[in-house]
Design a protein around this ligand. Structure first.
Ligand code: MG
Length: 380
């Protein structure tokens, strides 16, 4: 299978390379793209010998081109789009973080290339457009997110579905008080109890915004109304998500937590293969499985996401952009963890919603929110 990895130096991208290495001969890597971590990219180039590489800056592109004269090196947003449009690909993995995923995903769809999608922001921003276009083109969108991968495996007849049950580990502050959360340091917030992930998603997991984004993602992926999507906190992260049918039967997907498994499944779908961490599941070893209601007072970002999703239009775009910018401000020590929620809520409140937005309106809204936030923080 000929594939490309858009975002190979991030957490998902690195694990995808491990999957490719493990399955010697199954994959041919056409292109890799990374931000500006060219040290890691250099190692990956030597390891999987891609034909094309894209980096963020022209300067790094020139550097790599000199070192690897046979490699086609491109850069910037257009470079990503060109790489995602390359029809040599049978499937691409979009594993960049934040809004960067949207354009390459659309480019792949336009060129009839199936997408293993690890970037939930793409669907939060433009789920209606992306899914409609994928349907028209007959392109598969295969969710890498472990919850959606689980639902994808549990879902048979959509008409008979009562609800989707998305599980959440609850993050590092599940048992903490609101005061603890308000005073949380960057270090504490980055310490996720179950999953080892990139920084943006780890912060989102601590505020439960990640679960909120996943609810919107699920709504688009499985065309399910928000009333039929339930979030359940499950600290052991063994049940990755479930589908309840109208007769009360529940089909869930279980396994020990590992991102290698859902990454490999989306790359090899519809087939399954032995994986890096394949071990027989043991109910006895898994032991106790707990489930509880998410606390919307302690984690109001989840409430925001349900609101944004239900209202639709450009409101999820505003929420996503405000949250993403606020997360980076928090990581840079400029605001507290709680202010991520406050800033996002305020931006949503001020927004005049545009229903059924075009792609241009979506991108414009996204840019406006980011600009106004950068401005407001500079003034403080
Ligand atoms: Mg997830």
């Amino acid at each position: 299978m000929k594939i490309s990895i858009i975002g190979s130096t991030g957490s998902i991208g690195r694990q995808a390379i491990e999957v490719v290495q493990k399955m010697q001969g199954f994959f041919e890597i056409i292109s890799l793209t990374g931000g500006d971590n060219i040290d890691l990219l250099r190692e990956q180039i030597k390891l999987v010998a891609p034909k094309n590489v894209c980096v963020k800056s022209e300067e790094n592109a020139l550097k790599l081109q000199k070192e690897f004269p046979k490699l086609n090196v491109v850069f910037g947003e257009q470079g990503l789009v060109d790489i995602a449009s390359d029809k040599t690909n049978e499937r691409i993995l979009v594993s960049v973080s934040g809004k960067t995923g949207l354009k390459p995903t659309l480019a792949a769809i336009e060129n009839n290339i199936d997408v293993a999608l690890a970037n939930k922001e793409t669907l939060v921003m433009a789920g209606d457009i992306v899914m409609a276009r994928a349907k028209e083109k007959g392109v598969k969108i295969l969710p890498v997110d472990s919850e959606h991968g689980a639902i994808h495996q549990c879902l048979s007849n959509r008409e008979e579905v009562e609800k989707l049950i998305i599980t959440a580990s609850g993050g590092p502050f599940r048992t903490k008080t609101i005061e603890d959360i308000k005073n949380a340091s960057v270090e504490e917030t980055l310490h996720h109890p179950r999953w080892n992930m990139g920084k943006k998603i780890t912060i989102d997991s601590a505020t439960l915004m990640n679960k909120g984004l996943e609810v919107i993602e699920a709504h688009h992926l499985f065309s399910m109304p928000y009333e039929k999507i339930q979030v359940v906190v499950h600290p052991q992260s063994i049940v990755h998500s479930a589908v309840e049918y109208i007769d009360g039967s529940v089909i869930a997907q279980l396994g020990f937590p590992s991102m290698h498994i859902p990454i490999q499944y989306t790359l090899t779908y519809p087939h399954r293969f032995e994986g890096i961490e394949t071990r027989s599941f043991d109910f006895v070893k898994a032991g106790r499985l707990d489930f509880e209601e998410p606390d919307m007072e302690k984690f109001p970002c989840l409430k925001l996401a349900f609101e944004a999703g239900k209202q639709g239009g450009t409101l999820p775009v505003v929420m996503n952009a405000a949250n993403e910018e606020a997360v980076y401000m928090f990581l840079n020590g400029r605001i507290s963890l709680w202010e991520i929620y406050e800033i996002t809520a305020k931006m949503m409140e001020q927004h005049k919603n545009i229903l059924n937005p075009t792609l241009d309106e979506i991108l414009e809204t996204d840019m406006m929110v980011r600009k106004s936030l950068v401005g407001s923080v500079c003034k403080n």
